[in-house]
Structures are given as C-alpha cells and as structure tokens.
Design a protein around this ligand. Structure first.
Ligand code: AMP
Length: 299
C-alpha cells in the first residue's frame, strides 16, 4: 500500500561547528518521503518555486517518489537556515524565507485521494486540515508538528489532533502542549485529545509509544558521529509510515517494529548533511541496523 506525504519542500542552508552547506534539499516532506520510499510507494504533496534545482526533482524520481502533487509555482522555494552548537541537540533558526510557501494550498490529484496511509508532516496545521479534508476514508493518519505551530496556531493544531490516529511530537513540544514535565503524564493527556497512538520523540534518547497495548520504549540507533541531525524527526516518521504501509497485519501488531525502522531511517539522516547519507543507503543496510537494534534490546 502507498503513503501520501504532505509537508514542506525546502532549500536548507545548514551550519554546524564543523561545516556549512547552503541550499541543500530539505523540508519535512522531502526527508519523510525519501525515508518512506525505501519501503512503500510514496506520493509527495508540496510546493517549490522556479528556482528549485532540477537535480532535486531528479532525486525524488530516483527514489520512485510520485511528484504529481508537487506544485512548481512562479517565485522562490521555501528557504530555511539553521545553525547547530557543539552540542547538536541545540539548534537555532537563522532565517525562514517562505517564498511560494506563503500562499500554498495543497491540492490532491484525484488519484491520490484514496491513499490509505497519510502522513501530515510538519507544516501549518490549517494546511494539514486541508489535506485531510481531501482524502477519502484513509486507513491510518499520522501528523507531526513543531513548536512554531504551538505558538502561533494552537487552536488549529488542537482541532487537528482530534482527527488523527497517530500523533508524533518531541518531548519539549509535548511539555508545551500539556504543561506536563513527566512524559508519561503528557502521553495520557494527549490521548485524551483524540489519537489512539501517541509517540514522543526524545532525540538521541529514542522515542516512546503509547497505544492500546501500552507503552513501547524505542531506542535510537547508537551513532558515534552526528554530522547533521536536520530532518531526523521527519525521517523517523517517514520510515515508520513507509514500513507500516507494507507490513502484513494490523497497525497494532506492526507499529513497534515500524518505530524501529523509523529510528534506523533517522540514524542514516544524521550521518550526512541534508539528505546526502539517506539517499545513499539501501534496504539491506537498513535491515542490518534493525537486526543490530534487535540484538541490543533483547533481554
Ligand atoms: P527537524 O530537524 O525534524 O526539525 O526538521 C527540519 C526540517 O524542517 C528542515 O528541512 C526545514 O526545511 C523544515 N522546516 C523548518 N521550519 C519549518 C516550518 N516553519 N514549516 C515547515 N517546515 C519547516
């Protein structure tokens, strides 16, 4: 089965203490789609400007990503720039140029409207709503978000959360949403807002799922060197949805393994700038890391 992914499609300029890389392919939908494409047919919904490099369109194509829902409009592609401190958990946004993103209205081609797995990657909640309004009886809908929407679009986000099967957010966002310091207390409060599955990401400390069968503690793959963590969260949820869409059986019986695949997808993302390392990986390499994680966590 296939996955529909809506989110940002961006040019990212990233600065780390070791290097600086301008205008890389980025955006939540780009990271999530490439990660999902290792598992399932993936359809991307987004917008770019006329300045969007052809080589990035070719990259989507190499990954078999369906870009019929990618609008190319007069104007500039969304440009985001961020800088990391020595401790890569700390990042600050240097610049956000919305460009064609400012007036973006995601429209689903007719053929995409029946897609069973829908990932509303990080984008304004009003746009996530708009996509959800266009899909017909999806099997599983998951959304991701960021602190910006908690700050400027809180009500839209809360009404979106009600419509979801799964919600993925990081620990500081969970705290901001629920005012709970304790992650398990936050999970309980978020369930009450609607979703059956809630996942709180904790960066290099992995993630925690709360679902009908209780909790699952998902590790991050241990990396000795992180080059650029931009898009790790998007790769996590992209890998998770891509895996779920191909797995036989119920969501409940597959979601834990799907999170492990998500974790491994995120690990490749962190090993290179932008999508450089992720695009070089293979399904075999992903499966190898999954087996390693399986060994590390068995007791
Ligand atoms: P993450 O590292 O998971 O926070 O995701 C980073 C990605 O989010 C980058 O590729 C950015 O292009 C994208 N991004 C940054 N700001 C925004 C925004 N306001 N809306 C949507 N995507 C964004």
């Amino acid at each position: 089965m296939s996955v529909l992914i809506v989110g940002s499609t961006a040019l990212d300029s990233i600065k780390t203490p070791k290097a600086e890389n301008p205008r890389l392919l980025g955006g939540s939908a780009s990271h999530a789609s490439v990660a999902a494409s290792f598992f399932s047919p993936t359809k991307l919904i987004g917008v770019v400007g006329e300045d969007f490099p052809k080589k990035y369109l070719a990259l989507y194509q190499r990954h078999g990503i369906d870009t019929t829902g990618l609008q190319i409009l007069p104007g500039k592609t969304f440009h985001w720039s961020g800088e990391y401190e020595e401790n890569m958990n700390n990042r600050r946004t240097l610049l956000t140029e919305l460009g064609v993103f400012e007036t973006f209205s995601p429209e689903l081609p007719k053929a995409h409207q029946g897609t069973p797995y829908v990932l509303l990657a990080n984008i304004a909640p009003a746009l996530q709503h708009h996509v959800l309004d266009q899909v017909k009886r999806p099997k599983f809908v998951v959304a991701d978000t960021m602190d910006l929407w908690l700050n400027i679009a809180f009500n839209d986000l809360v009404s979106l959360i009600k419509r979801l099967d799964g919600f993925v957010l990081n620990d500081s966002e969970a705290h901001q949403l629920t005012k709970e310091d304790n992650v398990f207390a936050a999970l309980k409060k978020i369930h009450k807002m609607g979703p059956k599955y809630v996942i709180i990401k904790k960066g290099s400390h992995g993630s925690i799922l709360s679902g009908p069968k209780g909790f699952f503690i998902c590790p991050a793959y241990p990396l000795h060197k992180v080059v650029d963590p931009t898009g790790a969260g998007d790769s996590f949820v992209g890998g998770l949805m891509g895996y779920l869409a191909t797995a036989q059986g119920s969501i409940e019986s597959n979601i834990r393994r799907a999170m492990i695949y998500g974790s491994v997808s995120a690990s490749f993302c962190c090993e290179g700038f932008g999508l450089v390392r992720t695009t070089r990986t293979t399904r075999q390499e992903i499966d190898r890391r999954v087996r390693e994680l399986e060994k590390m966590t068995a007791f």
